[in-house]
Design a protein around this ligand. Structure first.
Ligand SMILES: NC(=O)C1=CN([C@@H]2O[C@H](COP(=O)(O)OP(=O)(O)OC[C@H]3O[C@@H](n4cnc5c(N)ncnc54)[C@H](OP(=O)(O)O)[C@@H]3O)[C@@H](O)[C@H]2O)C=CC1
Ligand SMILES: O=C(O)C1=N[C@H](C(=O)O)C[C@H](O)C1
Length: 250
């Protein structure tokens, strides 16, 4: 039985995981951490990770970027593996993730769904051919109106996959409102739409002369992220210190 601490247990993803794990015979939530305490759970909930005195095999984190430093300190101190799903981390925090991975197992992924992780592989395959043929690349992501960070972590990860297949040739452009010149061929435009309850849409558009290829991913439920996070947690429990990602799991 994999024992899990849910960091951000009362948020949208935390509650999705609480529901999924109730039905899981191989894993259980032994504690939760959340600033918001208005929800009754079938496990103890602490308001900070430092107050959490329950031992676990792994932490799953869907919380807030502001909470990342404290969480990483806790995981290093207690040598608890962590599945980091929160997006919008700063450059300094990304360095801290790498440092933490020298002391404990850290799996960080901006998107836990099978579809997006497969799409990252497909993009690495498609990019060299399409880039050589002069296709322009644009990414459009759409999310619900409660999302804090923009662009999404997934949009950045998709752009990074394209760049990895192109020896880092591309730079990212997030806002063209001040521009009075044509796009250059080495940019990836990344646009964010926010509204309603959209769970998470990502389009990667390769626009060439007289033809366009669009890779689309639509998440219709947060269950796709929740299931991936549980799979990742089961994989990571007991693993030695190091940096892992979803390609190790899927
Ligand atoms: N990797 C992936 O596949 C996915 C990643 N995400 C990312 O996960 C994160 C959470 O998303 P979502 O569940 O929609 O967001 P929510 O805002 O619904 O939930 C986040 C929860 O974390 C709580 N929280 C805030 N600060 C802390 C803290 N210091 N310690 C513990 N809990 C804290 C919040 O409490 P309060 O309301 O009191 O602030 C809230 O209940 C986002 O960064 C999102 O982008 C989301 C979906 C998929
Ligand atoms: O905040 C969300 O909701 C999501 N965030 C992740 C991101 O920023 O990429 C993943 C998913 O698209 C949902």
């Amino acid at each position: 039985m994999t024992k899990i601490i849910l960091h951000g247990c009362n948020g949208r993803m935390g509650q999705m995981l609480t529901g999924l794990l109730k039905e899981d015979p191989e894993a259980e939530v032994v504690a939760g951490v959340d600033g918001y305490t208005g929800i009754a759970n079938n496990y103890p909930v602490f308001t900070t990770i430092d107050e959490c005195d329950v031992q676990a095999d792994v932490v799953i984190d869907f919380s807030n970027a502001k909470a990342a430093d404290g969480l990483l300190d806790y995981c290093v101190r207690t040598k608890t593996p962590v599945v980091l799903c929160t997006t919008g981390l700063s450059e300094e925090q990304l360095v801290k993730v790498e440092e933490a991975a020298k002391e404990t197992a850290v799996l960080k992924s901006a998107n836990m769904s099978l579809g997006i992780n497969l799409l990252m592989k497909l993009l690495k395959e498609a990019t060299p051919t399409l880039a050589a043929a002069g296709f322009d690349i644009e990414i459009v992501e759409k999310h619900h109106n409660q999302k804090l960070d923009a662009p999404s972590g997934t949009a950045l990860a998709l752009a990074d996959s394209i760049n990895e297949a192109s020896d880092g040739a591309y730079h990212y452009v997030y806002d063209r409102s001040q521009e009075r010149k044509k796009r250059d061929s080495r940019e990836i435009g990344i646009s964010a739409v926010r509204g309603g309850t959209i769970v998470g849409d990502h389009d990667v558009i390769f626009a060439g002369t007289d033809e366009v290829i669009t890779f689309e991913h639509r998440a219709y439920s947060r269950a796709v992220f929740g299931k991936g996070a549980i799979q990742a947690a089961k994989f990571l429990a007991g693993k030695p210190a190091g940096r892992y990602d979803m390609s190790d799991v899927i």
